[in-house]
Each structure stands twice: as structure tokens, then as C-alpha cells.
Design a protein around this ligand. Sequence first.
Ligand code: KG4
Ligand code: ZN
Length: 338
Amino acid sequence: MKILGIESSCDETAAAVVENGRTVLSNVIATSLEEHKLYGGVVPEIASRRHAESISGVVSEALNQANCTIDDIDAIAVTYAPGLIGSLLVGVNFAKGLALASEKPLVPVHHLRGHIASNYLNSTLEPEFLCLVVSGGHSHIVLVKDYTKIEVIGKTRDDAAGEALDKAGRAMGLAYPGGVSIDKLSKEGDENAFKFPHPKVSGSDYDYSFSGLKTAVINTIHNAAQKNEEINKADLAASFQKAVVDCLLEKLELAIENTGARQVVIAGGVSANSKLRSEAERLCKKHGISLSIPELKYCGDNAAMIAAQGYFEYKSGVAADESLNAYATMAIDKNYGA
Ligand code: KG4
Ligand code: ZN
């Protein structure tokens, strides 16, 4: 079964054709990132305009590269939540029009479920597994009981891990996205040069909080500036990255121990982080359990992951009609139409 996936929740306009949820036939991405760099973050209005300009060409290119026409496609999967509403609407409306004109089923996909599904691409991974989902807007620990059955175990109370990295990067004067810049710069720094607090979160063993950590790094920069002291940015980046990764993995380890999970999966843009990848490997080796992390090209936003999750959603009976809307927020454990 061939699924055409469409993704436009942030600044990437993406389309892909994936067979049976696992075999990528094409994966096309256009991004407006370079324009947003000027402003230090994604400007929603610019992102929406670029989506509207690119989407038709990106979808055509995805079909071409897969040697398909729309007639060869079994269903059209589209990200409908969560994300920037103007951006999401471009993808949703395009997918609705295409589904109507081609008389194909329309399958709404939750963006974070898509990130999880990036681990099914070119892989034999099957649920059940414990998953750390870390993106620019979300940080969750979830139990994926089945492809469309997700239980939230923990989540961030404030900033997401990616957001904290981006804001810290900005405070250090690094290029957007800060997460990527911090990862690069950290390789030249001493991760033990600065000590950062590990935030305590009351009422849950598994919830995260990153805003205190973000404030701590900003205070470190301000204090040094007030004293006219030069700060070693590579040391600061490496120490902050270590603090974020340690926090993420401390709670994940507790969840591994308490759920008895045998498979661990990492997903979302931050799963590209080299420190998180190597430390997660160490953690899973220590517990004698398997670890799946997406190939680097599927860590960030793409449509192959949406087509993959779309396949499993469609097989479970999920389909939408032309009344489908886009939503800026949506719980990851909420099934469409339930
Ligand atoms: O999943 P994603 O592409 O978009 C959202 O759904 O939010 O995640 C983007 C986030 C950004 O915060 C970015 O800084 C972070 O992923 N990111 C990284 C790395 N690559 C992307 N963070 C740390 N290290 C990286 N190598
Ligand atoms: Zn994403």
C-alpha cells in the first residue's frame, strides 16, 4: 500500500511516498529556514507564505521521484496537529483538495506520532516500546502500546528540550536553530566546565522542566558580562547540552526501570543530537535493552514519517472527510475522531 504524506507544521514543506509504512520511495523537503535565521526564530507569517508557494511543486516532485502518479496512491496522509496554525492549514487544505479531486482516502496524522513513526522507516521495529519524544515544541515520555495506542508517562511542564537549547543558543549569540549550533560547538568544549541544576518537578517522577535550566544559562552569561569576564562559549554549550541530556535520560531510565520496557525509541528533532544519541546507547546497553533512533535524515521534520504513521492510522480505520481542520495543539494520546 502506497501512502502520500504531506507535512507543513513548521518551516518545512514536505511530501513523501512510503510503501507499507516502512519503505521510503521518495522524500522531498523544501525549507524556509534560511529566511527565519535573520530573525532568530521561525516567523509564522513567512512560513505560511512559503508553504503556499512550495506545496504544489513539492508534492509533484515526491510523486515523480517515487515513479508514481496520484492514481498509484492508496491514501493521502497529512499532519493536522500540533504546530503553527497558518502553516498546518496550507498542508491540510492542499491534502483535502487533492483527496477530493483524486477520490482518495484522507488520513489525519498527529505530528509527534509521525516523529515516533520515523523509527519504522527502513526498520522492523514494532510496538510495544517506551519512547522519548523530544522536539522544538514538545518533550514527552510515552508508552507506544500499539501503532495508534499511546499512553503518556511524562511530559514537560514548561519549555521543551529543543526550545531550551534554541533559547540558550540565542543567548550565547549562536545561529538558529540553537540546538544544532550547540551540538556542533560542544564538540570543542569541556562539558564539566559549568555546573547546572537538575530541576526537580513535584508530583511526578517522569515530568520535565527546562525553564529553570534555560534561566541558569542566561544568568551565567549576564553575570559574566557584568563582570566583564570572557566566557568560553564552547565550554558553556557543552555543559548546557550535558545538563539537558542528563535530565532527559534520568527520567527515561526511571521509566525503563519501572515499566520493565525491553525496547527504547527516541524521536523528534532533538534525537539528532550527538550527545543524546551516544548517551542513550550507553543507557540501553547498561540495561541490556534495544534502542532505536531515526537515521539523521528522518530526525527533523519530514513527510516520510507522516506517510509511515498515516499507513498505520489508515489500517486502524482512521479517515477524515472535507470537514478536517488543523489544530495548533493536540494531545498525542488522542485518537482522531475519538
Ligand atoms: O522535530 P523538529 O524538527 O521540529 C518540531 O517538531 O519542533 O525539532 C526541532 C528542534 C529544534 O529545537 C532544534 O534545535 C532541535 O530540534 N535540533 C537539535 C539538533 N537538531 C535539531 N537539538 C540538538 N542537537 C541537534 N543536533
Ligand atoms: Zn517536528
